[in-house]
Design a protein around this ligand. Sequence first.
Ligand code: GLN
Length: 306
Amino acid sequence: MNKLQMIYEQAKQRTANGQVASYIPALAAANGDLFAVSLLSAEHEIELGDCTETFTLQSVVKVISFMVAANYHGIEEIMHYVDVEPTGDSFNSIVRLESHNNKPFNPMINAGAITIASLLPGETMFEKVKSVTTFLEQIIGKKVHINNEVYFSEYQSADYNRAIAYILQANGFLKSDVEEALQVYLQLCSISVDVSDLAKLAFYFATNGKESEAICNKGVINIAKALMITCGMYNASGKFAAFIGLPAKSGVSGAIIAVVRNGEIEQLQGPIGIGIYGPAIDQVGNSVAGIEFLMHLSKEYDLFCL
Ligand code: GLN
């Protein structure tokens, strides 16, 4: 067993310390014992664990929606609607929506992501969702679909997100009506992927979008990475930056992308994209095994990049 496999095996044992997300009924049905990792460089891919599993992107999609909206409107316009400051609060917190000129703090928390959903290019809900799926499909090189069971389950239990959307609307931070913004946001959270798709997405950031069909302004990619560092792992982003030191984004499905700009992990060299699926999550919402894996990976392979 090589060092990488040992790190994987050790991290997998941590799944027992987490719990699958229960506040979205369809996610509560996931198997918390699963743990899958995919690492991708220009020339090789290493897959470990339950890599055939599919799951929904959840908050990982927030990075992509931000890029699509910022690419379309330009950063200056986007900054009128959403800031780029971390909050230290949980992802669905409502508490700061009456401070800071009522503007959502950043696009990685639900408030900012719902505003971004309303700003996506397109006249209809369908076109807005498509603007993001098309961009994602160009990155991962295959068609994606929405998991409707997860979408309907979320839509029916979206009281918190609906409350956030109404506050955003009341303060002029929503470009569409409440229900359309929610439908777009929740459909995007429900895009179905596998761990290899996540690695491709992370690899896109690792190469700054080079060699991909998905065209994105370089400045926007830089801000997306900065947002991942400062806000990508919810209110554990500070600790993640301090002890792991990689741009990363997580979702409550147990998905994580992590970006290595230049590293060496077994036979992989140079820019490396890491995709993780481990549905047993901690109190904050991050995959327990995923965090453990990245912690040891960063240390053992000297990946800390800040
Ligand atoms: N769809 C989820 C929600 O809005 C996404 C949250 C997450 O992954 N943190 O609650």
